[in-house]
Design a protein around this ligand. Sequence first.
Ligand SMILES: Nc1ncnc2c1ncn2[C@@H]1O[C@H](COP(=O)(O)OP(=O)(O)O)[C@@H](O)[C@H]1O
Ligand SMILES: [Mg+2]
Length: 580
Amino acid sequence: MLRRIASYLKGYGGYAVGSPLLVIVETVCQLIIPLLMARIINQGIYGNSMTVVWQSGALMVAVALVAIFTGAMSAKCAANAAQGLGANLRQAEFRKISGFSFADIDRFSSSSLITRMTNDVTNIQNTAMICLRIFIRALTMLVASVVLTLTISPQLALVVLVILPIMAVALLALMKICFPLFEKMQRALDHLNETVQENLIAVRVVKSYVRENREREKFIDANDGFTAAGLRAVMRMVAMQPVMMICMAAATVLVLYFGGNMVLGLELDVGYLQTVLDYIMQILMSIMMVGMAILQYTRAQASMHRVFEVLDAQSAIVDGGGTDLPAPRGRVEFRDVSFRYQTEGAGEDVLRGISLDIQPGEFVAIVGGTGTGKSSLVNLIPRFYDVHRGKVLVDGMDVRDYPLDGLRGRIGMVLQNNVLFSGTIRENLLWGNENATEEELIQAAKDAQAYDFIMSFPDGFDTSLDQGGVNVSGGQKQRLCIARAMVRKPAVLILDDSTSAVDSATEGRIRESFRENLKGTTVIIIAQRISSVQYADKIVVLDEGTVAGVGTHGELMETNKIYREIYDSQQEGGDGNGGT
Ligand SMILES: Nc1ncnc2c1ncn2[C@@H]1O[C@H](COP(=O)(O)OP(=O)(O)O)[C@@H](O)[C@H]1O
Ligand SMILES: [Mg+2]
């Protein structure tokens, strides 16, 4: 896993190598200072030599300056390397996610993908910084201090041997206790993010149902959960502090006791006593630091795992890459198609044994109750999902053999929950086809019955839309989405319940303009209102994932019980609305 992370340091390798090297120089400088101090005490003060004091003092200043400089430089390198690593990881994830199919996004859920791109990467980034600097520094300090203590006084080094195992055991225990707590903390954070995200995305709904208080409570719950999880972990770490302090105090007492005796027995110069004391403190501190770094690393491991899960995801939909494409005419065939969603285990088939043949230029309507698989059916045509069995053909070629852009380029799709993007109306319409001329935009807007209301805005086509198109009405938004799909001049136009917010008269005009202006285009419409589809060339009745009937309005009224039931229920309702 480490080597893999290292490969994302590309472009920042120099910083990643430079930082530890500089840290080592910095640490060595800091270790030389106590040695110089010993020299001042032993040879300068006790040896009564002012020159030694001056020389060693000047040297100390020089060494300290080098330490400061290399310290600052290494911090800079570590920051650069860590930021670079974060940037590379985010970019890799974003590239991967943009290639995800609907099924892949379903599998991860978009809120989890956002957390994996932000929070988890930040975790890795912070850990990289800590490992490049604090960990290397502590390790160098530890090794060098042990070696130096041993050379000055092997007897006093024994004190380290006594204290070390105690600290090591205490640290190991702490890690064992804290790992699961940190994991819980991360999950609590996930939950918190989810709550916030859901609320902000649906803020209008929350307000319209006056659910602010309830939602506030939900947030407080999630926030308290996170705080409690964090506190539990941190409290365990704080409890360690006294243990560490006792170890340090014990070490000091032991060194002073044995060292003092050695000085009195003239086995040790008094200056070295202070030096050894310094080194032993460094050793103990270093052990704590190494422990902390390891703790942080294990925390980041969970994040790395989550990030690599995204990077390793095998996209369910692979570009077919075919080159010899048929001319776009608009024929769509389903041959014995079965389909199921892959989320959480093997679900049941949502569509079963569907066979349909839609001719170029046909106007086809799909009706059926909610949840019978209408959206799922049309989503198979532009290959948002792949069939489970059977095949879908567009213009006689299996959709899995098309290059994705070649396939989707000939299909205009207005999704059930469609969105517009921040930008002007013109920019949004140009999504359909970047090279569309002004006349084509106007024609598409007219066909979708959007032209009049667009021109009623002071800025016309240059009116800017806020994110998701929140500043236009539901019906206007739907018409803009239809216009956007029409700018593409597709061979197949699919409208998934796209006129539900448009009044019946306007809907009738849209249908008329389709008839007149889209003669060669195959139109597939999903609608709730029978009144809006009864003029279709062909109506497909779906029932629980199977085709319950195909025919014209007249034929189906005669022969199809389900169709008649839907029709009757809408007559009784009087408002012409089916159960949505
Ligand atoms: N992304 C999805 N993941 C899992 N199940 C889904 C998904 N979308 C729809 N379903 C399920 O598939 C069935 C058909 O849904 P859908 O095609 O949207 O029906 P319709 O458009 O006719 O209302 C429903 O039972 C629904 O719960
Ligand atoms: Mg639907």
